[in-house]
Structure formats: structure tokens, C-alpha cells
Design a protein around this ligand. Structure first.
Ligand code: MN
Length: 355
């Protein structure tokens, strides 16, 4: 009988992981300060990754990390996550200055990703991400990009283990939630590494804290946006689109896309809405072999920025300086370009909830 490889021992550290860790620590050897930046309006995977890298480089590199992002966190689950993690995040603005001796690390994003508040011209010294590799990342002295990983948090778990560092309950809970939310409970774009990370993390979590993150109380704005999305949602064959107008908070579009992709018979869900001076777009697909990121990049083109994975993606288009009518026209044209790209522009729209 041939030997089959069993499930990987969560505690086993491979030589590759040890080498990666050594290279990462080498990249911060001369550093005095560390700034860990993740993408704007960060999701749980991004927040947990930032907290984990901060903990790692504080413990092994002796650095006092500042964690930061641009935009805001609106989703109640993500706000609860930050609270449970018990770490401070600095909000980066366009005018935020970063002193030169600071080592900048990006997590769950890459240089010039579009939704990143890193000042132009500032090189990221460290990049740890699981989105498709961007050419600009080649300029970073240390880059570890693994698009085959469902969650960036799973990469960070490997670094912690390689360093022999035990995450405390809050960090383990945050990382566990990061992996679960990013992979729809290990059901979307999941890799063996995400499962290994989850098995490692789960016994270290605080189940009550996890419950508080997973099932937070929701503000009225959430219900208003869901109500509006359900009313506005139109089906074009297997595609559902929901233009929701003004958003209560930016990450609401992702929340709505996650909700709408659960509709029976739907292969693609698209939610879009306005926040501040931007049109925000979130896309989900139920097709494991799809290329949602490429689709969104292709449709938005030079009208804005976009990125994502195979089954989830997002983008933003600046509406700055446009009148309400012009903004509405641009939104309509983006919407119809999506329908075109998904070959459903000939379909007759039908309401989701009215029969
Ligand atoms: Mn991620």
C-alpha cells in the first residue's frame, strides 16, 4: 500500500518558512520605526494581517509598530474585530508624512493597488499579499506574494509559527476570523494552507469574542442599505446587480455583494454605491474558475482602479467634480459595461423580490 501524505502537523515548520522569516527579519534590521499599512476600508483579512505582522516584528525585530489604513471601517463585524484585537489603527490621509527611517510594510495589498493610501513615490520595504502579483511590487526589497492562498492571514500564521511565536487569544481569534470571512468559512478560494492555519488557530481562539465579532449588533444604516439593495436589485439571467445610491459606509458594497451572491440561480453579483466622491463596486461570483478581478479591471479600465481575486473583486471610480447627473450617467455606463462583459445585456431585467 502506498503512503499517502496525512494532514500536515500544524506545529511543523518547513525550511522554506524559516528562510522566509529570516529574509523578512533581515529587511527590518536597520529599521527604527515600522509602519504597517493595509488597503483602504480594510476587511478582516487585512486588519488581522496587519495586527499579526505588527506583533511578529515587535516580538522578533524589537520594533514598535504603527498600524494604519486609509478610508474607514464601517462594517459592524470589522469594527468589532478591531475592538476585540485591542490594537490601535492610525488613519492615513493624503497629507500623512512618513519619516524616512520608517520601514513601510504592506499587507493584503501591493504598491499602487489603487485603494491604498501610501503616498506616491514611497517605496514599500515589505509586501506580504495574496492578490495577483503587480509589476510595481518588484521595487520592494522584500515581497512575499502568494495568490494561491485564500487568505492573507494564513501567510501571517506561517510566519508566526516559523518564529515560534504563540499568538494571544485575541490575535488568534482575529486571524481565525480573517481566514473564515475571506474564504466564506473555507468554502471559497480555499487552499490547504488556509485549512492548516484554521486548524492551528481554532483551539487558540476565544469563542465568545469570536461570537461578538461574528454576530455584532447592527446600526439602522445597515438595514436601510439592505432594504434599498433588495428593492433595487435586478436580475439579468444569472447576473444580479444592485445600485444602492449613497452608502452608509464604504465596505457596505462588499457586504451587499456577499448577500446577493447567495440568491438561488445567481452566478454573479454586483453591488455598487456612492461614498464621498467615489463610486464603489463589489463583485462576487459563484464560479470557482472565474476571473472576477480581471473582469472588474477590464470594465473599469482607466476610469478608476480595481483589483481582486478569482471569485471576489472590487473597484472604485472617482466622481470628484461631476454633477449628480454626470455621476448617475457614469454609474449607468459602468453598470451596462458589466452586463456586456458578462454577456447578459440582452436579458430582460427582473426584480429580485417582486414576482
Ligand atoms: Mn485578503
Amino acid at each position: 500500500m502506498s503512503e499517502r501524505p496525512g494532514p500536515r502537523e500544524p506545529e511543523a515548520v518547513t525550511r522554506k518558512e524559516a528562510t522566509q522569516l529570516a529574509a523578512l527579519l533581515h529587511a527590518v534590521e536597520e529599521a527604527e520605526h515600522l509602519l504597517v499599512v493595509t488597503h483602504d476600508n480594510p476587511d478582516p483579512d487585512a486588519l488581522a494581517s496587519a495586527a499579526a505582522l505588527g506583533f511578529l516584528l515587535k516580538s522578533c525585530g524589537g520594533l514598535e509598530p504603527t498600524l494604519a489604513f486609509g478610508g474607514i471601517v464601517g462594517r459592524a463585524e470589522n469594527r468589532a474585530l478591531i475592538e476585540e484585537l485591542g490594537v490601535e489603527f492610525l488613519r492615513l490621509g493624503e497629507s500623512t508624512e512618513i519619516a524616512p527611517p520608517t520601514v513601510v510594510a504592506l499587507v493584503d495589498t501591493q504598491p499602487r493597488a489603487g485603494n491604498l493610501a501610501l503616498p506616491a513615490g514611497r517605496i514599500a520595504n515589505i509586501v506580504i499579499d495574496h492578490h495577483p502579483l503587480r509589476p510595481e511590487t518588484a521595487a520592494s526589497p522584500f515581497a512575499d506574494v502568494r495568490p494561491e492562498y485564500g487568505a492573507n492571514s494564513s501567510i501571517l500564521v506561517e510566519y508566526l509559527r516559523a518564529a515560534g511565536l504563540e499568538p494571544d487569544r485575541m490575535l488568534a481569534t482575529g486571524l481565525f476570523y480573517g481566514v473564515q470571512s475571506e474564504t466564506a468559512d473555507l468554502g471559497r478560494e480555499v487552499s490547504a494552507a488556509d485549512i492548516t492555519a484554521s486548524l492551528y488557530l481554532y483551539p487558540r481562539t476565544d469563542p465568545e469574542a469570536y461570537g461578538r465579532i461574528r454576530h455584532p449588533r447592527l446600526p439602522a444604516g445597515y438595514f436601510r442599505s439592505v432594504h434599498k439593495a433588495l428593492e433595487e436589485a435586478r436580475r439579468y439571467g444569472p447576473v444580479i446587480v444592485a445600485p444602492v445610491g449613497r452608502l452608509a459606509y464604504p465596505d457596505m458594497v462588499a457586504e451587499l455583494a456577499d448577500l446577493l451572491i447567495r440568491a438561488k440561480g445567481i452566478d454573479w453579483a454586483l453591488a455598487l454605491g456612492r461614498y464621498d466622491e467615489s463610486l464603489l463596486i463589489s463583485v462576487r461570483t459563484a464560479q470557482p474558475t472565474a476571473h472576477a478581478g480581471e473582469l472588474v479591471r477590464g470594465v473599469i479600465g482607466d476610469r478608476g482602479s480595481a483589483g481582486g481575486h478569482g471569485m471576489m473583486a472590487g473597484g472604485q471610480v472617482r466622481l470628484h467634480g461631476l454633477t449628480d447627473d454626470e455621476a448617475a450617467a457614469l454609474t449607468e455606463s459602468i453598470l451596462s459595461d458589466f452586463l456586456e462583459a458578462l454577456s447578459v445585456s440582452e436579458e430582460r431585467p427582473a426584480s429580485l423580490i417582486e414576482t
